[in-house]
Design a binder for this molecule. Structure first.
Ligand code: MN
Length: 223
C-alpha cells in the first residue's frame, strides 16, 4: 500500500482521512474508499471511488455524486500543458460552488465564493483538488509555491484530480437530506504533450458504471 487506506461509510466519509476505518456499513449509505497500490518501483497510486453500499445511489446521493464528477471533469479539462497547477482547483471548485448555489446551500453568490476573500464553499470542500504523485503519495508537498501551486503543468508530471463534497451529519447550514453524505472521486493523471491521460480510467467513474460494477460484484457473490 502506498498509504493508509481510507475506508469510510456514511457520515465517516465526511471526515477527511478517516483512517480508523471503523464503523458499520449500513444499507443505503455511501462507502468512500481512498486506496493506492505501491508498485515494485516504489511509485504509488492514489485513487478514490465512492460506492453505494446497496448497489444503487439514492436520488440525493446521485445528485451530489454527479456534481463531484462534473467538478472532476472540469479539472481534467483545465489540465493542459502550459496551464498552472492551481487552474485545476479553480475549475473544479467553481463547478462545486455553482451546484451549491443552485441547491440553495451557498450563502453568497458564486462570484463571491470563488474570489480569494470568499471561499465559502470550502465548508463542504475543504481540501485541495490536486497534488503531485510519485515516490510519495503527496509528492514534494513541501516544494516552493512557484514550483507547486503556481507551477506550470508540463509533460511527464503525474498528479491527482480529486474533488469532493462533504456534508456532515451535524451541519445545520444545509437541508437535512444532504447530511451524512460524503463523496470524493480521485483519479491519477499523467500529463502528456497532447493533454492529460487518466491512468485510473479502468475503474468506473460515472454513477451508472459504478452501479453496474457493484451489480457485477453482487452477481459474483451469489454465484
Ligand atoms: Mn489524493
Amino acid at each position: 500500500m502506498g498509504y493508509d487506506t481510507i475506508a469510510a461509510s456514511g457520515n465517516n466519509a465526511t471526515v477527511l482521512h478517516w483512517t480508523r476505518n471503523t464503523g458499520r456499513i449500513h444499507a443505503g449509505e455511501l462507502l468512500l474508499l481512498d486506496a493506492g497500490v505501491e508498485a515494485d518501483s516504489l511509485y504509488t497510486a492514489d485513487i478514490t471511488r465512492t460506492l453505494p453500499a446497496s448497489g444503487t445511489f439514492s436520488e440525493i446521493q446521485r445528485k451530489v455524486y454527479q456534481a463531484v464528477l462534473d467538478a472532476a471533469d472540469a479539472g481534467f479539462a483545465a489540465a493542459q500543458p502550459g496551464t498552472k497547477f492551481r487552474d485545476i482547483h479553480t475549475a473544479a471548485t467553481t463547478v462545486l460552488a455553482e451546484r451549491l448555489a443552485g441547491w440553495g446551500i451557498l450563502p453568497v453568490s458564486v462570484e463571491e465564493a470563488i474570489s480569494p476573500e470568499g471561499q465559502q464553499h470550502r465548508r463542504w470542500m475543504p481540501h485541495g483538488t490536486s497534488h503531485h504523485l510519485g515516490l510519495d503519495v503527496h509528492d514534494c508537498a513541501q516544494a516552493k509555491r512557484e514550483l507547486y501551486l503556481d507551477g506550470v503543468l508540463t509533460e511527464g508530471m503525474v498528479f491527482t484530480i480529486e474533488p469532493g463534497l462533504y456534508f456532515k451529519k451535524e451541519d445545520l447550514a444545509i437541508p437535512e437530506e444532504y447530511r451524512g453524505i460524503g463523496v470524493r472521486i480521485e483519479d491519477d493523471i499523467l500529463m502528456t504533450a497532447d493533454g492529460p491521460v487518466n491512468l485510473s480510467a479502468a475503474l468506473p467513474r460515472n454513477a451508472e458504471d459504478v452501479e453496474d460494477w457493484m451489480a457485477g460484484i453482487y452477481r459474483t457473490e451469489e454465484a
